[in-house]
Each structure stands twice: as C-alpha cells, then as structure tokens.
Design a protein around this ligand. Sequence first.
Ligand code: HEM
Ligand code: NAG
Ligand code: NAG
Length: 320
Amino acid sequence: MGFTSSILVKSLIVMLFVGVVSAQLSTNFYSKSCPHVFQAVKSAVQSAISKETRMGASLLRLHFHDCFVNGCDGSVLLDDTSSFIGEKRAAPNFQSARGFEVVDNIKSAVEKACPGVVSCADILAITARDSVVILGGPSWNVKLGRRDSRTASQAAANSSIPPPTSSLSALISSFSAAGLSAKDMVALSGSHTIGQARCTSFRARIYNETSNLDASFATTRRNNCPRAVGSGDNNLAPLDVQSPTAFNNDYYKNLMSQKGLLHSDQQLFNGGSADSTVRQYSANPRLFSSDFSAAMIKMGDNKPLTGSSGEIRKNCRRPN
Ligand code: HEM
Ligand SMILES: *[C@@H]1O[C@H](CO)[C@@H](O)[C@H](O)[C@H]1NC(C)=O
Ligand SMILES: *[C@@H]1O[C@H](CO)[C@@H](O)[C@H](O)[C@H]1NC(C)=O
C-alpha cells in the first residue's frame, strides 16, 4: 500500500472510531418517536413521590448507580436469575438500592404511550431530573438516546461505586473514572440533601470518629444505631439532618458544622482540597444549583450505548 493511501485508510479508521465513541445524546431524541415521554415519566414520578417522599431520593440514586457501572445503560435494573448475576446484590446496592417497582410503573406508562421506543437507561435519566425538581431542586434539559445493555457486572458495581468509607482522594479518583472532576464530585454529593442511609453505612463514623464529628449530632445518631455490628444495621437516618425531603444546599452547611452523616460526606470538608467548594456551595445556593445541573448532565453522558449497540428493553428487569 502506498504511503498516501495508507494514511487515508488510517484517517478513515480514526474518523469512524471518533464517530462511534462520540455518538451524541440529544435533548430532542424522542421528539418525533415519543413526544409525550416527558409527561408520562413526570406524572408517574409525581405519583410515586406523593405516596412516599423518600422515593425521589431513591430514584435519583439509581441513575448514579447505573451511570457509574460501565456507563448509563440500565444495567442496574436487571434482575438476577438462576443463570445470570446482575448488580442488585452488589455491595453498594444490596438491601439499599430501591425504587425498582416504581421504575416498572414508569416504564409501563411510557410503553403505553410509545411501545419499544424509550430505553430504561433514558427513563432513569429523566426520572432523576424529575425527582430533583419535585423535591424543590433545579431543573435541566435531559440528554437522551441511550440504549440498554444486555448484561450487567456485579464485579464492576462492587468496584466502581465508591463506598461510604472512602477518603477524599478515593472519591476524586472514582469520579474521575466516570469522566467527572473533583468539583463535579462535590456538586453531585449535594444529592445527599435528600434520602436516608442505613446504620451500617455510618456506624463506624458515629462511634469511632471524633475530630470532625459534632458531638451532639453523634449522640443523636447513636440513639437509633447500636454500636454492635448486626444489631439495627438497617435502621435509617436522614443524610441531611436539617431538611431531608427538600432538595437544597443544607448538605454543605451540615458539612461545615461537622454534621456529615457518612465518613465520605465529611471528607469533603476536612481541611482538604474540597473545602473551598463546600464553602462556596454553602454560601451560594444558585451556584450549587447550576453546578449540580451541569454535573448531572455530565454524569449522564458517561459511556452510553448508542446507535445500534444494546437494545431497547421491553421490561427493564430483563434483556429482550
Ligand atoms: C460521593 C460519593 C458517594 C458515596 C460514597 C455515596 C454513598 C451513599 C450511601 C452509603 C448511601 C446510603 C445507602 C444505605 O445505607 O442504604 C447513599 C444514599 C444516597 N445517595 Fe449517595 N453516595 C455518593 C454519591 C452520590 C451521588 C453522586 C448521588 C446522586 C447523583 C447520590 C445519591 C444518593 C441518594 C439520593 C441517597 C439516598 C437514597 C435513598 O434514600 O433511598 N449519592 N449514598
Ligand atoms: C460483590 O460484593 C458482594 C457483597 O460484598 C459479594 O458477595 C460478591 O461476591 C462480590 N461480587 C464480585 C463479583 O466481586
Ligand atoms: C472502631 O475501631 C475499632 C478499633 O479500630 C474497631 O475494632 C471497631 O470495629 C470500630 N467500630 C466500628 C463501629 O466500626
């Protein structure tokens, strides 16, 4: 092959490759194929949150746990079977991830409006936005066009979703692996302005940490989280001590008064590189809202399946 034609072939291959990896999501992806998708999702999310306010938090978290494990591809929703191990029993999800029945209901409503068109991964992205809005947080335009995986990975779920024991540097590198900056990480952690955590997720902090833990807050939390491992493991406490069902910037104010519930939360305000961002978000709710929205869009861009990769699942719990 001549020099020029070999260069030509190589640039063609590069162009094809770039075309595949940068296949774009877009906000109007379903504008012709499913114009009512937003309305269908919103009313189903609204009715779920009316029944149980916490559900908004649980649904937001599902999108995070989807996107951090091999990209936003609906993998977190696949059920285990006798011949298939999914992500639901992975350490970060087991006895913790919830809202799967609500996702089923949303999917049914969407399938009724436009059968076989909208992916479960996109449903999680819209649902996360709607949950935040309904609980009083900011809104953003959700990018769409993701397709659903045919597989899941328990090992990747164990290793890619950071545990509550994480240090600041572990949090930064875990988010970096999902294409997110340290600032994105601090902004997205503001999600812990809503929802609940189990005793097992914060026991070590409330009994063993002293330097960066408010003493009366620790006493309050110990009341419902016994010291002994195995007793009261699933007892719940709000991640945001001030306003657990309102999406606001109180999370950062809590951190500044040493009232982060998780060890990983308090790592964001512990004399390290994230302190200044926590101060900013605590002082400036509008800055938090806009950075949070931008970071949610960025998280939703993580390695989606597009084009003819993957499939549009009929039932979010199993491959077609
Ligand atoms: C920065 C690293 C993060 C760590 C270490 C972390 C860890 C945790 C843990 C341990 C819980 C409690 C689980 C339980 O005890 O059952 C939790 C709950 C929650 N997380 Fe995170 N998380 C992180 C980031 C995020 C992000 C980026 C989001 C959303 C974009 C998020 C949304 C939530 C929500 C909403 C809840 C409450 C869920 C509910 O009440 O059902 N978290 N997280
Ligand atoms: C993932 O973690 C769970 C819970 O700790 C464990 O039972 C399971 O064996 C792990 N799976 C893999 C594939 O590492
Ligand atoms: C606290 O730390 C001690 C010693 O490091 C350890 O044995 C114990 O299990 C820890 N307690 C909790 C609740 O994690």
